[in-house]
Design a protein around this ligand. Structure first.
Ligand code: IK2
Length: 421
């Protein structure tokens, strides 16, 4: 046997949609509506706080489980939102982005053979992270309800409560939820969360709630935190991201908030993996949250302002997609919008990759031939479901208006050409 043989843990997990499509965008695209990051700057108040932190000497290690000012303000901020006393030292863990919070959770709580329920479409890393922990992912899909005479919205994609109940059994250890969802933009309603909460309590199951887009809910939608529901605090880990909250995805500061009996196990993984996150960035995020705490829900709040701006961008992109014959699913929240491409007739060239789902081939064609980067939605589905969902692509709209206008020009020009062919 070769000494380079990989461990069984990572068998079959080498493909990654971000690695593949970020490279494609870099190689071919003029306009990037692919990966989920803003192409505008974070607000000055956090940038200046970061610079002050570095110039002021915060360049060495700080507390391993979170810089004290940051865990303090996160406990205060989320304590208010969850109506829960949160112990900053034992119930908040600062992580390298939301990614690492998710990783710590699965490594710390999932054992060989434990089942983890994942709702499709899902942020792609949940599945490999569960598998690396030797857990067994169990998938359940949101089903799109047919609509007529209007555009579909993410609220039209629903869970079947009976199907969901049937996924729970004595091997179920956890369920992963993501609201607002990436890629669909679905915001789980209080009623939907109630069904999930009751099942978790009945079967003594943990809930990991990925809420990285928590501030971005549009129209009259409300972001409900499952950890605030009766009986859920002690079994929920809520995951957040400063990258998403303050438009600074490269800073990679995230957090996990939950009962101390769960967080202590996540601390064990954290101290034995990365140990510590960037001190200066944590200080800047702490100051950002201090400011946001003062302006919570007010027009001066950055979270409030970003939400308003993004709703306009969502509407602009949706209108453009309709005008070129794509069918957007209007998201209730988040950074992304998915659109049905089945009615656009594209003569995709034969390739050696014909076994790939249609959306993968379509996205590659769009990038290489039109210079527009998007993401295939089947990447957010398990292998058995991919074929059913290969007619959607994802657009990211957390972009400058000028970027969205350039995307619109590309799409309009392509549409004109199709009409004259
Ligand atoms: N959870 C969800 C739902 C996310 O969307 C992300 C970031 N995803 O962005 C890539 C994309 O979809 O284009 C994360 C977790 C990870 O967040 P962080 O960057 O804080 O690690």
């Amino acid at each position: 046997m070769s000494i380079q043989k990989h461990s069984r843990r990572i068998e079959g997990l080498d493909k990654n949609v971000w690695v593949e499509f970020t490279q494609l965008a870099a190689d071919y695209c003029v306009v990037n509506l692919g990966q989920g990051f803003p192409d505008f700057s974070p607000p000055n108040f956090v940038k200046e706080a970061y610079i002050r932190a570095i110039n002021g000497g915060l360049n060495q290690y700080t507390r391993a489980f979170g810089h004290p000012p940051l865990v303090k303000i996160l406990a205060k901020f989320f304590g208010k939102l969850l109506k829960q006393d949160i112990d900053p030292l034992n119930e908040v863990l600062v992580t390298t982005g939301a990614y690492q919070a998710l990783f710590c959770f699965f490594q710390a709580l999932i054992d060989d053979g434990d089942e983890v329920i994942i709702i499709e479409p899902y942020f792609d890393c949940y599945e490999p992270m569960v598998r690396m922990a030797a857990g067994q992912p169990v998938f359940i899909s949101l089903h799109p309800k047919p609509v007529s005479g209007r555009l579909m919205t993410s609220a039209d994609w629903v869970l079947d409560p009976v199907e969901l109940a049937n996924k729970f059994n004595k091997c179920t250890k956890a369920i992963v939820i993501n609201t607002p969802n990436n890629p669909l933009g679905k915001v789980l309603s209080r009623e939907e969360l109630q069904v999930i909460a009751e099942l978790c309590i009945k079967h003594n199951v943990l809930c990991i709630s990925d809420e990285v887009y928590e501030w971005l809910v549009y129209d009259d939608n409300e972001h409900v935190r499952i950890a605030s529901m009766p009986g859920m605090w002690e079994r929920t880990v809520t995951v957040g991201s400063a990258g998403k909250s303050f438009s600074a995805t490269g800073w990679k500061i995230g957090w996990a908030i939950g009962h101390k009996d769960i967080i202590k196990h996540m601390q064990t993984v954290h101290q034995n993996s990365i140990y510590h996150c960037t001190t200066g960035a944590q200080q800047a995020v702490a100051e950002g949250f201090e400011r946001e705490f003062e302006h919570l829900g007010a027009p001066e709040s950055y979270f409030f302002g970003l939400r308003k701006e993004l709703q306009l961008k969502r509407d602009q992109l949706a209108a453009c997609l309709v005008s070129v014959g794509l069918k957007p699913v209007i998201p209730e929240g988040g950074y992304f919008l998915i659109a049905d491409i089945s009615e656009v007739d594209v003569d995709l060239p034969e390739s050696t990759e014909t076994k790939q789902p249609y959306d993968y081939r379509f996205v590659k064609w769009l990038a290489i031939n039109k210079g527009l980067a998007t993401i295939p939605v089947s990447a957010f589905y398990s292998s058995n479901s991919k074929k059913r969902l290969e007619n959607f692509i994802r657009f990211c709209f957390v972009k400058e208006d000028t970027t969205l206008s350039k995307a619109e020009e590309i799409l309009q020009e392509w549409s004109r050409r199709r009409k004259t062919q």
